[in-house]
Design a protein around this ligand. Sequence first.
Ligand SMILES: Cc1ncc(COP(=O)(O)O)c(C=O)c1O
Length: 441
Amino acid sequence: MRRPEIRTALPGPRAQQLIQLDATYVSPSYTRVYPLVVDKGSGLWVQDLDGNLFLDFTAGIAVNATGHCHPNVVEAIKTQADQLLHMSGTDFYYTAQIRLAQKLSSLAAGEETHRVYFGNSGAEAVEAAFKLARWHTKRELNLAFFGAFHGRTMGALSLTASKTIQKRNYNPLVPGITHIPYAYCYRCAYNLTYPQCHLFCVRWVEDTLFRTTVPPEEVAAIFVEPIQGEGGYVVPPPEFHKEFCAIARKYGILYVADEVQSGMGRTGKMFAMEHFGVAPDIIALAKGIASGMPLGATMAPARIMNWEAGSHASTFGGNPLACQAALATIDLLEEGLMANAGVQGERLMAGLRQMQNRFECMGDVRGKGLMVGVELVTDRERKTPAADWRAGIIQRAFEKGLLILGCGQNSIRFCPALTVTPDEIDVCLSIFEESMQEVAG
Ligand SMILES: Cc1ncc(COP(=O)(O)O)c(C=O)c1O
């Protein structure tokens, strides 16, 4: 069984040099949690500049859906690169963008033809959804959730409610957004227990919010992650979205699914919202869509995406290379990777749940497919967040050659490429267990 190989102290000498240069020349706003300088990657394995080999359970923050440098994706990019690098879909037509829009429309739930707007990132996909919802409804207010991460451009940031550091010094933001509690049942904002709560968090919006401070007929959209990502890999109860969406529809409010992290097969279905039986009005996509090429997509039924020429556009959005990478990615997802995400996700969850019997600090294990989170607590009864342990475990895992990342205040996320094998899951589990034993055992 292939295992990580760590040959130098970390960071090694070559990595150290680059990290020093980075400190001089690169924006200090980035949040690197360990000193990894990546040289190359293949599948789930990445090599650093000093020849150390790591098992990557981050997939470049849930982006490399098909693994690092999948040959089909690389081939699609190379072939396109020989033909056309850029022309701008804003002012001209080219095949890759049109074909990808057609393909994405075919993946959307329901019978309606969807149209697609292309940007370069998750934030741009959300930004476009935000503008489209306002344009289409001519309404000014919006709802979003505490714990949500929708991106860092001013509009997307206004919807985000993840960490204050992301907003500090940037106010005033876009007005008219009300944040409400998500169905984070492990830490219910109302201190209730599912299912006896009868989804009080949903009913509260209609019974209290819409009756007191937010006139529903002025609300353009509800922005929601089907499963919260940066907020802690929080999976809501099965009927949460259906009930919320029903309220939205009652008042002519658009239900906007931010599938930037949860979409493109990661949860075992093409879009995570499919687990909840809801067809959203607008879907925002990015991250895994093009296996690492920068691409964002916002899609909606043609009756909703009916804005006029000139109302929104992007020079680089839907670049031909990114679109070809996306088409190759979607083929791979449909040919088996999406199904693999479901199967390997269960193996990962089962392994973690077994571990939970032995480790008091694993307060909650949750997820769908390969979007799996472990919430760490110092004691299970009080659920005291164990943020320091979280940092220690991630660091220790890195030193042993396993790449993982945090999410939320005190959770660890596992979001490997959808190509992950049973052996790779098992190696991840064993290194994670060792790391946890050493830090919090
Ligand atoms: C759900 C969600 N929406 C939007 C974004 C923003 O994406 P980007 O960093 O590509 O702008 C992210 C990024 O983590 C995300 O997880």
